[in-house]
Design a protein around this ligand. Structure first.
Ligand SMILES: *Cc1c(COP(=O)(O)O)cnc(C)c1O
Length: 471
């Protein structure tokens, strides 16, 4: 809208001001003199208060102007603007050097950018409605079968079992492989807590090992060093969209006869030597939480090429109930089922996963191009043997600068998320540490930038402006 629409002459009456507010449809009018110099701001609430205090609409604006009002000059930068907005102030006039109104800022959603936001503009609502109207709202229904089959297909794996969330998928994987008390399972120090918690759920002992400096993923050499006669499995986590070195990990697993459970919660569609993650391990686990590459609200999936493991996971996730004999329970199972409603959303997300991954890649490229000129910023390495995806675009800055970078970005309305805290730095997991040198070092330097599909180059330029000031 043109700023003209928001102006009102100081020579007018309160009625004129009210008309200007009405015309501009923004609840505000900027009061100017004949040279267009800003004299004050009146909002609809001001008029209401004046009328209640006994003024009338024919009273002059001149005598009723509040001397305190907020304005900006053309030179003010983004952060100062955002600081001036409050729950009451939504529109701020901008003046030039001669105090003439030239434009205005309006508070809108884009002022605040979240770290992540699902994209639900495809067939999500349509399929969800379809599932709803079918009355198959629980864990039976066509979308469950479709989602399992199609997602497994997408990853190049034979069987998919949809479950209630990614943590349940990890728990089921460990149960299905028979991991239990007395066994050791190797996990990376940098991951979401669900990875290690699942190991503890089955009573096994987690062994936390260090990550690689370049990939930020579990270091295969450290896996080998941590192996004992009790080691039964390893859970490589493809972190922030970066695939682990699956060649080395599979080699070690074969050599020492270990199970491999891939934690793919952050890397749908990523690949190692052109082969998709999730297709290497005995079982791989995905999450479809709201901030993951595709979402079902809450949800997860186990993938496996083994018919036996597929059957076992299905049994475990559905109360251990016999397939042949209903309500006869063969083992103590769980209720870790996904609903048809969730799977309906999942199907719509899966239809466009490649398009969404491509857009995420373009966003990461844009970040690398625009923020790449800031000397203290380092991105996650792109390694020749792996095709990473952009889950959360994550950067490293010198340790002493991380807090100020995050603070300034947040002050400018850009939400950022700190790097994972190493498991080894949390009281409840400390006793399980084997090695953690790189993880401790890197975690103090990293944070994730907003990574959702509607982020524009203007947004990234705004981030650059904020960060460039810190050089
Ligand atoms: C998100 C995540 C999980 C857990 O997924 P939920 O669906 O939230 O239970 C597990 N591992 C990693 C690495 C994750 O990022």
């Amino acid at each position: 809208m043109e700023v003209e629409q928001l102006l009102c002459s100081i020579d007018g009456t309160l009625k004129d001001a009210l008309e200007a507010i009405n015309r501009g449809k923004k609840g505000t009018t900027f009061i100017v003199n004949e040279r267009r110099e800003l004299q004050g701001v009146i909002v609809d609430g001001d008029i209401r208060r004046l009328l209640l205090s006994g003024k009338t609409l024919s009273d002059k604006i001149q005598e009723n102007l509040n001397p305190q009002y907020v304005y900006m000059t053309e030179k003010d930068d983004a952060i100062e603007i955002i600081e001036k907005f409050s729950s009451k102030i939504r529109i701020i006039p901008i003046v030039n050097e001669s105090n003439q109104v030239v434009n205005y800022y309006e508070y809108n959603k884009r002022i605040s950018i979240p770290v992540s936001k699902p994209e639900l503009k495809g067939n999500e609502f349509k399929y969800l409605t379809d599932a709803f109207l079918s009355t198959w709202v629980s864990s039976t229904g066509k979308y469950i079968d479709m989602f399992e089959e199609n997602f497994a297909n997408y990853c190049g794996v034979k069987y998919g079992v949809a479950v209630s969330n990614g943590t349940a998928a990890l728990h089921l994987a460990l149960l299905a492989l028979g991991i239990r008390a007395g066994d050791e399972v190797i996990v990376p120090d940098i991951t979401f807590a669900a990875t290690i918690n699942a190991v503890l759920y089955v009573g096994a002992t987690p062994v936390i090992v260090d990550i690689e400096k370049d990939s930020w993923c579990i270091n295969p050499d450290e896996i080998e060093k941590a192996i004992t006669p009790k080691t039964k499995a390893v859970i490589p986590v493809h972190i922030y969209g970066q695939p682990c070195n699956m060649k080395k990990i599979m080699h070690i697993a074969n050599k020492y006869n270990l199970f491999v459970i891939e934690d793919c919660a952050e890397a749908h569609g990523a690949a190692f030597e052109q082969r998709l993650v999730g297709s290497f391990g005995d079982i791989s686990c995905f999450s479809f939480f709201g901030n993951k590459v595709i979402t079902t609200g809450e949800g997860g999936m186990c993938l496996t090429d083994s018919e036996e493991l597929n059957n076992r996971i299905r049994l475990l996730k559905d109360h251990g109930m016999s397939k042949e004999r209903k309500y006869y329970h063969e083992i103590i199972g769980y209720n870790y089922r996904m609903t048809n409603l969730q799977a309906a959303i999942g199907m719509a997300q899966l239809e466009k996963i490649d398009v969404m991954l491509e857009k995420r890649n373009e966003l990461e490229e844009m970040y690398r191009t625009i923020l790449g000129s800031i000397p203290f910023i380092e991105f996650q390495y792109i390694l020749e043997d792996r095709q990473k995806i952009a889950w959360l675009v994550t950067v490293l800055v010198p340790e002493h600068m991380r807090e100020i970078c995050m603070k300034e970005l947040k002050r400018a309305g850009i939400d950022v998320r700190p790097f994972f805290i190493p498991l080894s730095e949390m009281e409840i997991y400390r006793e399980y540490v084997f090695s953690n040198q790189n993880s401790v070092e890197l975690s103090k330097q990293g944070f994730s930038l907003p990574t959702s599909l509607d982020i524009t180059s203007e947004d990234v330029l705004r981030m650059k402006e904020v960060l460039a000031k810190l050089i």
